[in-house]
Design a protein around this ligand. Structure first.
Ligand code: OGA
Ligand code: NI
Length: 352
């Protein structure tokens, strides 16, 4: 099929000043939608994607041929070594081939998942003047709310607003967190930290290491929450909710609502990650790819814009960024050999 680009991306305009005008509203994409716009402004227009002719989903055939594994963790509660081995094998296989999987029966109560989604929506839908006070590009602030962290650098702006909270290892003063969702941010983070420890045990075992290995090298010490709000979009084919990217940290645990739109690039095709009620999406980040010497894959993904919305998601990143020690991470010694030499040099993870 010939890719016809009917959505010519205009480049002969003063993009920087249009970005600045958008930034100065401190009201994000939601502000545009609330103002009643019916066309997507040109700063949001995506250049054509080399992997695909448009921003819609791939064909039904591809979607059914491939799907992200859903792994049921319920068996871990049985304390059965056979069941655990089975689960570890599935986690390992998914991390090697997809870099992505979903987990069911992960132990975080449905009520907590509902409450954090409501809390995030509540943040974005609170009184605009209160919310604007938190709008910033100063990444040293305890809570960073803005639209498009890379607004002035990215080739196209995403149809998405975000707030970021650094939750661990430093305990945040509760009064630094946004009031509308303070309690649930703390509760959700506690639950995600506990789940993170378990996931890093399973991933360690899948790599043939002692169960505590990845936790011992501090993979589960740092937690950043990225709370995303994707407003309904009048022309979803012109833009994206989140452009194609891979996550830079060790591991991401993503909670998405029922709307959908997340896609993973697998064998050069965009595959949907369908919402599964009560499940969480887990994906390998660049740092885990590095320390596993590429056994586990950090895979590119994106989020489509949608006529229906808002869509809410919470991405929990396990990271080193806020740790006091500036550590070096390289391929784990036990995973390299003469036949399998290190594919990366040690990397200073400061500032990640
Ligand atoms: C991210 C991300 C996906 C989503 O924040 O890195 O990929 O569904 N988010 O919001
Ligand atoms: Ni991501």
């Amino acid at each position: 099929m010939v890719a016809t680009n009917t959505n010519e991306v205009q480049t002969n305009y003063d993009r920087q000043s249009e970005l600045k005008a958008f930034d100065d509203t401190k009201d994000g994409v939601k502000g545009l939608v609330d103002a009643g716009i019916t066309e997507v402004p040109r700063i949001f227009h995506q250049p054509p994607d080399e992997h695909f002719i448009d921003n819609t989903s791939d064909s039904e055939a591809t979607q059914t041929q491939f799907s992200i594994p859903v792994i049921d963790l319920e068996g871990l509660a049985l304390d059965s070594p056979t069941k655990r081995k089975e689960i570890v094998a599935k986690v390992g296989e998914a991390s090697e081939t997809w870099g992505f999987f979903q987990i069911a029966n992960h132990g975080i109560p449905i009520g907590v998942l509902e409450e954090i989604k409501d809390g995030v929506r509540g943040f974005f839908e609170q009184d605009t003047e209160v919310k604007k006070e938190l709008y910033t590009r100063d990444y040293f602030r305890p809570v960073i709310y803005n639209s498009n962290f890379d607004l002035y650098k990215a080739p196209a702006t995403n149809w998405r607003d975000t707030f970021i909270c650094y939750m661990a290892p430093y305990a945040k003063k509760p009064e630094d967190l946004p009031e509308v969702c303070r309690d649930i941010l703390i509760e959700y983070s506690k639950q995600i930290m506990r789940l993170g420890k378990l996931l890093f045990e399973l991933l360690s075992e899948a790599l043939g290491l002692t169960p505590s290995h990845l936790n011992d090298i501090d993979c589960s010490e740092g937690l950043v929450l990225l709370c995303n709000y994707y407003p309904a979009c009048p022309q979803p084919e012109l833009t994206l909710g989140t452009s194609k990217h891979a996550d830079s940290y060790f591991l991401t645990v993503l909670l998405q609502d029922h709307i959908g739109g997340l896609q993973v690039l697998h064998k050069n095709k965009w595959i949907d990650v369908p919402p599964v009620p009560g499940a969480l999406v887990v994906n390998v980040g660049d740092l885990l790819q590095l320390i596993s010497n590429e056994r586990f894959k950090s895979v590119e993904h994106r989020v489509l814009a949608n006529r229906v919305g808002p869509r809410v998601s919470v991405a929990s990143f396990f990271t080193t960024g806020m740790l006091p020690l500036k550590k070096l991470y390289g391929p784990i010694k036990e995973l390299v050999s003469g036949d399998n030499p290190p594919k990366y040099r040690e990397k200073n993870c400061e500032g990640l």
